[in-house]
Structures are given as C-alpha cells and as structure tokens.
Write a protein that binds this ligand. Structure first.
Ligand code: MV4
Length: 504
C-alpha cells in the first residue's frame, strides 16, 4: 500500500494523514470549494477537488471520490468518521474499483446498520439486550399491534429507527396514551431521515451510563477488545466529554463487557475497527445497544491508555496483516485519559454554531497533552460541516491527574475570532459531581437546566486581556524603569546584544 485517499476533512483527515506519514504512505486529500486552503489539504501530499460546499455535492459523492482515488493512483481509501464512513454502498464502490476500503466489509456495515439485525446478532452471541422487539415494526403493524407488544415490554419505552443510531429519530414514550402519536412521529422522521420508516421498541432505562468497547478484528479471525470508554456526558446525543477507563466499571464488569463485545463482533465476522455501545445500569448490569462500524471521534482516549495507534492498525489490518497486539495489555489501562470536543459554538447562546475566521490561535502543549486539531490560525470554520475544531485529550497517571492537566490545557487554549465551547468545559471540569465521577446520560442536560442560562464566564480570555493591558501600561507609565540600556535601542544592536543572547 503506497498511497491512501482520505475521504474526509477537518481533524480526522489530519489524524489519518499523520498515521500515513508515520508509516511512509503517501496521502491524497479531497476538498470542497470552501476547503481548498484547509489544513488537511495543505498537509496531504496531493489534493483533489470534489465539488461545491454542500456535503451532498462533495464529501458524500461516492462517484466523484472513487474517481479521484482512481485518477490519483491511490491503492486505498480511509473514510474517517461521519460522511461516507458507514455507507455500505461506498465500501462496495471502493471494492468494485479495486481500492482497499480501510474499514469493515460492506456486508458488516449493512448488517450493523440495521439496528434490529444488530440486536439479533447480540442475542445470537448470548449478549444481553434491553428488553424489546426482535422484529422491525413496518407500516403494516397497526397501533393496536404495537400497543400489545408494548404491554409486554413495559413503560417507559423508546421508539427507535431501525436504520437510525446515535439517537437520531428516537422517541421516549411514558404511557400507552402517548404511543400512537409518538409512533407516527418516529416513523415519519425515520422515513425522511433514513428513507426507511421501520422502527422498533425497547424498554427505556432511566439513568444509564453510556459505555462503549473499541475493538479491532483482522482478516485471520482474531478479534481484540480494548478497555472501555465512558461516554455518558452527551448533549443532544452528541458526546462532549469522554474518558477511559470508566470509574463505574469494575474489573469483573470490564472482563464480562469486553468479552461480550468481542462475541458480538465474532458473530458477524467483523474486521477492522469497530465499537460496541452498551448501556450500564446503576446495579452494574449492562445491555448491548448498537455497533458503530467505524473509527470513532473519541478513539484517542483509548490510544492514550493503551499506547496503540488505532489508525495505523486499521491500515495494517486492511493490508492483510495479523493483529500482533498483546490482548491482556489492551484490557489493562495505563493511567487515565479524557477528551473534550472543542466546538465552534457559543455555549452562552444555546450552543449556536459560531463559524468564521480563526484570527488568533494558541494551542496547549506540555506533559500529557494531545490536541487533535483540524484548523490553523487564519483558517475558516465553514457553516456547511460539523463545527468541531479540535479534540483536546489529556493523559495522567490517575483520573484527577488527567483532569488537572485538562484544566491546565483548557486555560492555555486561546481561540480568537469565533466562540468556542472551552468555557463550557471549564465549567464541567469544576463540577464536584463530575470530579467524583457521579454522572449518567442525563448529567449535562440536568446541569445546564440548573444553571438557568447564567453566562459561562470566559475567565481565561479576560485574564489574558488584562495582563496584556497591564504590561502595556507599565511600559508607558514607567519608561525609565523599563527602558533598554543606552545604545540598545536600534534593532541591529539589539539583535547582537549580550542580553538577547542570554534569552536564547
Ligand atoms: C437508550 C437509552 C435508554 N434506554 N435506549 C442514545 C444514543 C443512542 N446510541 C442510544 N441512546 C440511548 N438509548 C434505551 N433502551 C438511553 C440512550 C441515551 C440517551 C438518551 C437520552 C438522553 C441522552 C442519552 C445519552 C446517551 C444514551
């Protein structure tokens, strides 16, 4: 494998380019019109235009992207996450064009794309699922049928789209009275979002944690699970903070949950990187939820506690190499890692997108800090795509250590020209329930509701501004005390001065 086309943009395209460079593989970027000068384009060895800004006309164009791969002489395609990453037709189109799709087979993508088929695979593997329907409820199922099925499951329950996932098209139903209306709403939403009106029912767990297990599968029958990620902190079904390991997972639960995840993957002959999502109840019981057949946004926290480069392994697996990782070490976290997804959004204004030019950018560095960014200073955050500008990940030898480093890194982070969710994370990272790891999937909504719209204060920004003003004023007001010694005022003399030398 000599050249890989990355069918994506932003930080994940940059992440994949970095893995390719580490491995001596050439890279091809693709870009829409507004992305022609984007960071991923400038970092790749070559770049091909794929159309206008709307995703449907560029990053979702299977034909154009496969064409770019062929013309550029790429041997393989990495889809990143989002866009075409879980599109079985794209994976098949790559295969048909003799391009290696760096991900699972089209069959595995299609199978797990049906959330009912995924549930059935889990049941076959002997893995617990939330009580619910094991058949899709199509248009032919009447309200009376559904009410009868619901009676057997119990309330509250959830209506979920068979073709959905990630919370899209979900409805909670508290009582039989609400069922017909919710059913109609869920079906029409599913039909317009996924082109498939089929739904299914699940008993709703009230305050579960959202825990997931990363795994890798090679083409020689080996499937290896990794220590879990805790992803309970979500807003509108978007994860905001992730960490590994989870403080809610005991060694016994870890053992059972990772074995269950591997069993589900084995039941569908899964290859490449994938993630099994579970709900974890307060009593320690866990239930299979769904499988994501892609590399996930939050993969770095797993990399930080296991030392494994997941993207590099995706590439090796797709070249036919065997997984030679030590299974036990993947289940034994070294320290603790946490990730904050930095968005170009205004947390004081309902998390409204805040697109525009990044006029100033200081990124955090130092021990235990990793910043997976997708934009540079001077770069634009377009309105057309997900406004995540960076993922900030910190590592420490304990959870408090990782969190202290996250607070340090967030304070160093300085983004000018657009609003970001950094103040929101500073607030979350000062919450005593969060610090004690006392949370579930309702945490963010509850805390935001309790806050009642009170502004999040961007303390870091103000301090920096004040410090700059103070420094300038001290120069103006006390010229004698701060003046350079005589003869050092001209730039040429300054450059050669002994004082400058001592600063080097
Ligand atoms: C659930 C659930 C409770 N009970 N299913 C949301 C994302 C998608 N992957 C599945 N999700 C959930 N499914 C049952 N049977 C809770 C979630 C859930 C959630 C629900 C409401 C608000 C925030 C949430 C965060 C994570 C998971």
């Amino acid at each position: 494998m000599r050249k890989i086309l990355i069918a994506n943009r932003g930080e994940i395209a940059v992440r994949v380019i970095r893995a390719c460079r580490d491995m001596g593989i050439a890279t091809v970027a693709v870009y829409s019109e507004c992305d022609r000068a984007a960071l991923h384009v400038r970092m790749a060895d070559e770049a091909w235009p794929i159309g206008p800004n709307p995703p449907r006309e560029s990053y979702l164009r299977i034909d154009t992207i496969v064409d770019a791969a062929r013309k550029s002489g790429a041997d393989a395609v990495h889809p990143g996450y989002g866009f075409l990453a879980e599109n079985a037709d794209f994976a098949a189109a790559c295969r048909d064009a003799h391009l290696i799709f760096i991900g699972p087979t089209p069959e595995a993508i299609a199978l797990m794309g049906s959330k009912i088929a995924a549930r059935q695979a889990a049941i076959r593997a002997g893995v617990p699922v939330v009580p619910g329907t094991d058949q899709a409820l199509g248009d032919a199922t009447t309200d009376a049928d559904v009410l009868a099925i619901a009676e057997g499951i119990g309330y509250p329950l959830m209506i979920k789209a068979v073709a959905g996932g990630g919370g899209k098209g979900m409805r909670t139903v508290a009582s039989p009275d609400d069922l017909p209306g919710a059913l109609r709403g869920a079906r029409s939403e599913a039909a317009s979002a996924f082109g498939d009106a089929a739904v299914y029912l699940e008993r709703r767990l009230t305050q579960p944690r959202h825990i997931e297990v990363q795994l890798l599968g090679d083409h020689h029958g080996t499937i290896l699970p990794f220590v879990e990620r805790e992803c309970s902190l979500q807003r509108r079904h978007q994860k905001v903070v992730e960490e590994s390991p989870s403080l809610a997972v005991t060694p016994e639960t870890r053992h059972a949950m990772t074995a269950a995840a591997a069993a589900v993957a084995r039941a569908v002959n899964y290859t490449n990187a994938g993630t099994i999502e579970f709900l974890l109840d307060a009593d320690g019981t866990f239930y299979f939820l769904e499988m994501n057949t892609r590399l996930q946004v939050e993969h770095p926290v797993t990399e930080m506690v296991t030392g494994v480069d997941l993207v590099a392994w995706q590439i090796r697996i797709s070249r036919g190499e065997k997984l030679t990782l030590d299974p036990a070490s993947l289940l034994t976290p070294r320290g603790h890692a946490v990730e904050c997804r930095i968005y170009a959004e205004d947390p004081d204004n309902g998390f409204m997108p805040s697109p525009g030019r990044i006029t100033g950018l200081r990124r955090p560095h130092g021990p235990g800090v990793r910043d997976d960014g997708g934009v540079d200073e001077g770069g634009e955050v377009p309105i057309y795509y997900d406004p995540m500008i960076s993922k900030l990940i910190t590592w420490g030898d304990s959870r408090p250590h990782a969190l202290a480093r996250m607070r340090r890194a967030l304070a160093e982070y300085n983004v000018r020209g657009i609003k970001t969710t950094i103040p929101f994370f500073q607030w979350v990272l000062s919450d005593e329930d969060f610090l004690a790891a006392r949370f579930d999937t309702s945490f963010i909504d509850r805390k935001l509701a309790a806050r009642n719209g009170e502004a999040l204060h961007a303390a870091g920004d103000d301090h920096q501004e004040l410090a700059a003003i103070a420094a300038a004023l001290s120069q103006v007001l006390r010229p004698a005390a701060n003046a350079a010694p005589a003869g050092m005022a001209t730039p040429s003399r300054w450059k050669d001065s002994g004082r400058m030398g001592s600063l080097r």
